[in-house]
Ligand binder design. Structure first.
Ligand SMILES: Cc1cc2nc3c(=O)[nH]c(=O)nc-3n(C[C@H](O)[C@H](O)[C@H](O)COP(=O)(O)O)c2cc1C
Length: 178
């Protein structure tokens, strides 16, 4: 049976490296895996006044996508040694009510992508801490430095051109769906 992996990208930037890495994942995924990306640009800022039986449409859609996913990929930049507001915002919406929200008991691969080879570990730790607090399993956690050199658009197809990274992502996707 086909498994669905929901991809959430914590950057709204058009040429986001995190977005590019996610675009390259389908070519690395095991057979019978469908990767779908939820457009987090439509998610409003968290407001507890609106977190009721009739939340904003985008939140109902986000929660449905998370609930229906067999597993999740979160690809996020590190901002100021932590997690960007965009990433925290979609996690906060999907986390409520606490421990009863859709973002619990999920297997999640976390990717922190950026241009600098040696950074991202703090963003990764911050993301992991939140996801584990919520009762999820982070099956793979990778910092991807120099991401702009490892992923290329080749004739309209986004491909990971770094063989070590390609193997790490292939393995990560397999572990995600165990
Ligand atoms: C507000 C802000 C804070 C940042 N802080 C960090 C940081 O702490 N560590 C780091 O490696 N890069 C940092 N960066 C650089 C981002 O990693 C880089 O812009 C990255 O490409 C963003 O991801 P994206 O390409 O998916 O948008 C920061 C960028 C911004 C805009």
């Amino acid at each position: 049976m086909t498994k669905t992996v929901l991809c959430l990208v914590g950057s709204l930037r058009k040429n986001s490296m995190n977005g590019l890495i996610v675009a390259a994942l389908p070519a690395l995924a095991p057979p019978d895996t469908m990767l779908v990306q939820f457009d987090v640009a439509q998610v409003p800022l968290y407001n507890q006044d609106h977190d009721n039986e009739t939340p904003p449409d985008a939140i109902a859609a986000l929660r449905l996508a998370v609930a229906q996913a067999d597993a999740i990929v979160i690809a996020t930049p590190e901002y100021n040694h932590s997690i960007p507001a965009v990433t925290k915002n979609f996690i906060d919406w999907a986390s409520r009510p606490f421990m009863k929200g859709v973002l619990t008991n999920k297997r999640i691969m976390v990717l922190v992508c950026g241009p600098v080879a040696t950074s991202g570990s703090r963003g990764l730790a911050a993301t992991r801490q939140i996801l584990e607090l919520l009762g999820n399993t982070v099956s793979t956690a990778l910092t991807i430095g120099g991401a702009h050199e490892k992923v290329k658009n080749v004739d309209g197809q986004v491909l990971v051109v770094d063989s070590e990274l390609a193997q790490q992502l292939r393995t990560g996707l397999i572990d995600l769906l165990i």
